[in-house]
Ligand binder design. Structure first.
Ligand code: CA
Ligand code: CA
Length: 149
């Protein structure tokens, strides 16, 4: 059985990483929104506040439409949060991410982290279509690679 490391860069197996990155690529074929995943080994008291700080530090605001989405997973807390940029927040209803959180959480509770993330990424892609449809001249504005801290 795959022994899951709490160390952020080894939290996912190689195969899981590839699956997640492919999910991101696939989602970004539906929307101009840019989705990233970050795994942190830190245990911030307020993961949401930490994720907002990361959002800035990672240059997540460097999209033309300000439609970047960051999923931060805290490997030692088995917890995650989702941050969208202001271009998204300005046009979507409040609690826009709530149903994504609700579909991912049960998978996390069963320690199916990669599976949960993939479901979340797909759902984020589908939700963004309405506001930020894919455009023919789309550029991959933010790398699809997973980052770690
Ligand atoms: Ca893009
Ligand atoms: Ca991307």
């Amino acid at each position: 059985m795959f022994e899951r490391s709490k160390s952020p860069s080894f939290f996912f197996s190689k195969k899981e990483r590839e699956t997640i990155i492919n999910k991101i690529k696939h989602a970004e074929l539906k929307t101009s929104g840019e989705i990233r995943v970050h795994v942190t080994g830190k245990k911030p008291d307020d993961l949401y506040a930490y994720a907002i700080k990361l959002f800035e530090e990672m240059g997540m605001t460097a999209t033309q439409k300000r439609n970047g989405v960051l999923i931060v997973l805290a490997s030692k807390l088995n917890h995650f949060t989702i941050i969208g940029d202001e271009g998204i927040n300005n046009v979507v209803p409040q609690n826009f991410w709530q149903d994504v959180v609700e579909s991912v959480t049960p998978h996390f509770k069963q320690n199916f982290f990669a599976q949960g993330l993939c479901i979340g990424i797909e759902q984020i892609g589908n939700k963004l279509i309405q506001y930020f449809p894919y455009e023919k001249q789309d550029v991959d504005e933010l790398s699809n690679e997973i980052t770690y801290s």
